[in-house]
Design a protein around this ligand. Structure first.
Ligand code: GAP
Length: 460
């Protein structure tokens, strides 16, 4: 994890937020490569949901919503975590996390269940205070007057924007149930214990999809979306061995859920949630109907049946997905892979990103810093850049330039050399050397065919 955090900062994926001021509690800024990586993940998700399927439409609702939304959804009353303070060092902890850790520590050592009174502060061993509930919604004021009537909340999930637009989207897109509404956007939670880099932060992006189905068909649809989640990650290169499902115990379900299954990832600190799938039943639509006075039922125009659809919700964090793509793609090769270059032969780092996810698709190198090689390489860069995100690099040996691109996961490096342009008495072949990041094989490809060659290899 330390290596990923170091690489992320050094190569411009992720910087600590407000870095020059010493940072601010678990916020992060995405650098030049990070923003490309994040965009690619977002696009891959958006395409798989709304473009490849014809039963899911998109939405982009406002972050600030009427406070009545959060009353209806149950977030004002119940979106809280149990908090305990250390009486000695004043550190704050999630009571449930401490209890879980203590129970794991005591497993097999005693029969009686572990209680909060058995737990001490993990930082200083001090006594912990009374457990209390802490609402995680962030507040602000709408308009110039800071009064109670102007209080609004930064959304803690994007899902509610979808529920309140159920009728708008369904009628305008002329969709029949079963169909879904997808949305990507920022959510905010005043987490008590953010941490593990971009795994848990207070400001993060969610990619959520609410799939509206006829009651009675919900369990079947749940299975199908569960499979979609696993297929999506493996399709974009995440190793199946690092993924598994975890069924939530009935007593741990959120207030709205009939069933929840998490797709978990094997993080460096152990298995943890990556993508949650919940059967939210008709809870949200009925709550919003009750609180708004608007009819949110659905009439099937083929059978004339009227009902409140059930909702299956696969909800994924974009920042967390990015962390997983980086962790899973990361590989170190001790002693290096190449035997033919003068690149430093200590530990070589490769990010084996799927081509669709890789921030830079190809890098173009002139073998020397002189014309006509540089001119041709610039021209190639400009041509390829209309289609893909590419980089031009003329500094250092070609071996070092390969290393630089391997470290950020660029699938292909293209070298313009003397054979391309020809030398005294020898005509150029108008071909370039294309080197594959993973196989390290090199192929001579005609410049006129380079674009179609890359398109076929990249698949995007
Ligand atoms: N609408 C349902 C919902 O929000 P959730 O399990 O609380 O469910 C869904 O969140 C996903 O959002 C999680 O699986 C995780 O990927 C991501 N997520 C939740 N809280 C997060 C946080 N504090 N930081 C980063 N990602 C988070």
């Amino acid at each position: 994890m330390e290596k990923i955090v170091g690489l992320a900062k050094r190569r411009g994926f992720v910087f600590p937020g407000s870095d020059i001021y010493g940072g601010i509690g678990s916020t992060y800024d995405y650098g030049p490569l990070g923003v490309l990586l994040k965009n690619n993940i977002r696009t891959a998700w958006w395409k798989a949901m709304t473009q490849e399927r014809d039963d899911v439409v998109g939405l982009d609702s406002a972050i600030l919503m009427s406070p009545k939304v959060w009353e209806a959804s149950g977030h004002l009353a119940g979106f809280s975590d149990p908090l305990v303070d250390c009486k000695n060092c004043k550190k704050r902890w999630r009571a449930d996390h401490l209890l879980e850790a203590k129970s794991a520590e005591m497993a097999g050592l005693r029969e009686a269940p572990v209680e909060m009174k058995d737990v001490r502060c993990p930082a200083c061993g001090g006594e912990l205070g009374e457990e209390r509930q802490f609402n995680m919604m962030m507040k602000t004021f709408l308009g110039p007057v800071e009064e109670a009537a102007a209080v609004v909340y930064l959304r803690p999930e994007t899902a509610q924007g979808i529920f309140v637009n159920f009728k708008n989207a369904q009628e305008s897109a002329r969709k029949r149930v079963p169909f879904g509404i997808a949305q990507v956007g920022k959510s905010f939670r005043n987490e008590i214990t953010p941490g593990n880099f971009i795994f848990r932060t207070r400001e993060f992006e969610q990619m959520e999809m609410e799939f509206f189905v006829k009651p009675g068909t919900d369990e079947e649809w749940f299975e199908s979306w569960k499979q979609f989640m696993m297929d999506w990650f493996t399709r974009f290169g995440v190793k199946a061995d690092n993924l598994r499902f975890l069924e939530h115990a009935k007593e741990k379900l959120s207030h709205y859920s009939k069933r929840t299954v998490d797709l978990e990832y094997q993080y460096p600190w152990g298995w943890g949630e990556l993508w949650g799938c919940a059967n939210r039943t008709d809870f949200d639509l009925k709550q919003h109907e009750k609180h708004s006075g608007q009819d949110l039922s659905y009439r099937d125009d083929l059978t004339n049946e009227r009902y409140h659809p059930y909702v299956i919700e696969p909800a994924l964090g974009l920042d967390r997905a990015m962390l997983v793509f980086m962790l899973d793609a990361y590989e170190e090769i001790d002693g290096g892979r190449s035997t033919t270059t003068d690149a430093v032969k200590d530990i070589e780092t490769v990010l084996r990103f799927h081509p669709a996810i890789a921030p830079i698709k190809a890098a173009i190198f002139p073998l020397s810093k002189k014309e006509p090689l540089t001119g041709i390489a610039h021209e190639l860069r400009n041509r390829l850049a209309r289609r893909w995100s590419v980089q031009y690099d003329e500094t250092g040996s070609v071996g070092k330039r390969y290393r630089r691109q391997d470290e950020i996961g660029t699938p292909f490096c293209i070298t313009v050399d003397f054979q391309t342009v020809g030398e005294e008495g020898v005509p150029g072949d108008d071909k370039v050397t294309v080197r594959d990041r993973d196989t390290m094989l090199q192929e001579r490809v005609a410049i006129s065919e380079l674009e179609s060659y890359l398109a076929a290899k990249l698949g995007c």
